[in-house]
Ligand binder design. Sequence first.
Ligand SMILES: *Cc1c(COP(=O)(O)O)cnc(C)c1O
Length: 413
Amino acid sequence: MDYFVNKKGYYGKFGGAYIPEMLYPNVKELEENYLKIMESEAFKNEFASLLKNYVGRPSPLYYSERLSGKYGVKLYLKREDLNHTGSHKINNTIGQILMARFLGKKRIIAETGAGQHGVATATVCAREGVECVVFMGATDVARQKPNVEKMEMLGATVIPVESGNKTLKDATNDAIRHWISHPDETHYIIGSVVGPHPYPDMVARFQSVISKEMRSQLNKQTGSPLPDKIIACVGGGSNAAGAFYHYLNENKVELIAVEADGLGLETGHTAATTAAGTPGIIHGSMTLLMQTGDGQIIEPYSISAGLDYPGIGPLHAHLFDVNRAGFYRATDQEALDAAFELTRLEGIIPALESAHALAALPKIKFGKGEVVVVNISGRGDKDMEAYRKHLLAEKRMKFKKERFKYLFWKFIK
Ligand SMILES: *Cc1c(COP(=O)(O)O)cnc(C)c1O
């Protein structure tokens, strides 16, 4: 079984490049050049040097003694939260800004949901000294103010998108529309393993540094490069693609993807694409997506803006289709609880997205002493508002319990 993209840009029956005629020259130019550029010494050297000295790689592989004890396994955390700008997104934007330069593009556009990809893109554009325009749903602009301010401080122009639900899907539509009308000088930095071929493959290759490091770190720490299981959350699927990449053909390594289940599949307020989706075309590729019988996109829901996307990258649709990866779901509440568990056991505040990967731990059957890696895709600074509410609920509950105890003792006295 081959899990990598074929010459035509497909993973099994998913992938391809379903794009309007106007974009054909841009996508074709990228497709014809991306591998040549990525394999050139000049590109490889600069990419490796920036990952090391600018991003701060390799990110640590940390043995979590207390989570290991709780689940009866040897549990390691891959610390993408420690990267510059706070998540794995920078691995991809560093790669793509170099790609743009090697292609001779002078302008960058990007879409963003929570603003993490927007910040990572604005960051590399500042360093490169090129113009950066970020499309962001108006709803997200309002609820992710700190990231909007960061992008503006970094010199980017943030364009609020007023169409549809005014969230990530609509921002992506507008970015593509803008690209169609400014094809020549502009490179579009897509933020995940989605979009027309060759984007899913290119982004997966940039993120694959995660599993490359994992292999040598595990080898040093456990004596083997192979874990028993790797767990990662999936929005579009880029951090999972990076964590799985160098293990795709290692069939003994179990790959586990965790999707956001929002309020729960049965409520309809979910973003669990493999559970709720069917094959269709979104943002230039054939994949699984949440849609109605007549092909209207169903608005996804998750507490985590980074997982709130109605589709999934074609690589993951394929891994699901051929059963190479197991797909789990975690609700808002389960993710919040998991975020608090990691914070209290290890002193690491994870991003809400990453907390979904942790929330799968109680649902998985482990063999005793198995080696398990959880990819911590990002840090939780941006999610303090949601965490603060959870903290308040926790305090109220404690107060109620104390009061009950007090009344109880008073009564029996
Ligand atoms: C954007 C984001 C995700 C989701 O994107 P993928 O492409 O599925 O990785 C996950 N975690 C964090 C911290 C993010 O910022």
